[in-house]
Design a binder for this molecule. Structure first.
Ligand SMILES: [Zn+2]
Ligand SMILES: [Zn+2]
Length: 155
């Protein structure tokens, strides 16, 4: 996904879920590590972590965008845009946005290392907190062989 495609996606979701235009910039920032995205108060831009998309797919990315758009629209309208604000919590509930900006972050919060496996046949992904012997286990969906995709460590 390019920055341009991401920009379009954010603009579309802004109209679809909030009935308001997103008038600033959305782009992938390679420097984001464990957070899925962030809203910048000064520029009003939204930065996203490409890793969230690569690891967990489109649903994860859309969730993060929804979360950041909640910050964005409330801040622009001068309402409570912080995590603890009532306005923020109400809007999150209304659009169905996830509470955390990222599953990477959530996993990191609980575990030091996260292992990601994928079925070689159907590409179903499995997130594990412990290393798994891929010779002993098979895909729960199609019984295909598993392979390790990546491993993330907290610094
Ligand atoms: Zn947030
Ligand atoms: Zn499979």
């Amino acid at each position: 996904m390019t920055d341009q495609e991401l920009q379009l996606l954010v603009e579309q979701m802004s109209l679809e879920y909030f009935g308001r235009s997103f008038l600033h910039k959305a782009y992938f920032n390679p420097r984001l590590k464990t957070t899925g995205g962030r809203y910048l108060l000064k520029s009003h831009n939204i930065e996203l972590n490409r890793k969230s998309y690569e690891l967990f797919g489109m649903e994860e990315l859309r969730g993060i965008i929804l979360h950041e758009l909640c910050h964005y629209h409330l801040h622009i309208q001068g309402k409570g845009y912080k995590h603890r604000d009532k306005d923020f919590r109400n809007l999150m509930a209304k659009v169905g946005a996830p509470r955390y900006c990222s599953r990477i972050e959530e996993s990191y919060r609980k575990h030091k290392t996260v292992h990601l496996y994928e079925c070689a046949t159907c590409h179903q992904q499995y997130i594990r907190k412990r290393r798994m012997d891929v010779r002993k286990y098979r895909c729960g969906i199609c019984r295909g062989p598993l392979k390790k995709v990546s491993e993330f460590k907290k610094n």
